[in-house]
Design a binder for this molecule. Structure first.
Ligand code: COA
Length: 163
């Protein structure tokens, strides 16, 4: 690790992010609904905003898991992606993303997907670097941190190294 453990603390509320995006025909799969890969791109993007807001460093995606496409997303829907940081270790951060689709004609909003994305902050030499610790302000923050820690331990157990 490039630097000593961060003495800075930030709350999850300080980095949370929301992105709104309209789905176009170019986002569709051959069946006419929105392509899952297009939604994954937006999940990665909103999670990346949270990771960089929290760390204020370059941060890269190292894993995406528990990706659930619960309901289909249709061309014309307005997608709202909300993301928050649940857990940090040294350089790694678990970000939770929820995807909601709105039919803007009927006003009906549906949760269509959820995912966990892990980012790692890197220094100027591309080496992992400590990020600010999480200051847990609410019961929800504490619950999500404890659950995130368990998930991260499982993730690392299943982690595959290329060498
Ligand atoms: C990020 C990267 C430099 C880390 O290298 P590494 O050899 O795995 O480094 P380390 O083993 O020291 O791990 C660094 C941190 O990443 C975490 N990590 C690595 N792989 C992980 C995975 N699959 N899931 C969760 N965390 C992971 C480690 O637990 C460690 O966290 P900590 O510092 O909080 O304890 C390397 O994995 C990489 O370059 N990956 C490609 C990233 C990328 O290009 N993403 C897509 C484009 S943004």
């Amino acid at each position: 690790m490039s630097l000593e453990k961060s003495k800075i603390e930030k709350s999850p509320a300080e980095s949370q992010a929301e992105v709104i995006v309209r789905m176009f025909p170019t986002d569709a799969n051959p069946a006419g609904n929105v392509f899952g890969g297009e939604i994954l791109k937006h999940i990665d993007m909103v999670a990346g905003i949270v990771a960089q807001r929290h760390s204020q460093l370059n941060a890269v995606t190292v894993s995406m898991d528990s990706v659930n496409f619960i309901k289909p997303v249709f061309v014309g829907n307005v997608l709202k992606l909300t993301a928050r940081i649940n857990y940090v270790h040294n350089s790694s951060m678990e970000i939770e993303v929820r995807v909601e689709a709105e039919d803007i004609v009927t006003g009906i909003k549906t949760i269509t997907g959820t995912a966990f994305v892990t980012f790692v902050a890197l220094d100027k030499n591309g080496k992992p670097i400590h990020v600010p610790r999480l200051s847990l302000k609410t019961d929800e923050d504490r619950k999500k941190f404890a659950e995130g820690k368990i998930r991260m331990e499982k993730r690392l157990k299943n982690r595959k190294k290329s060498d």
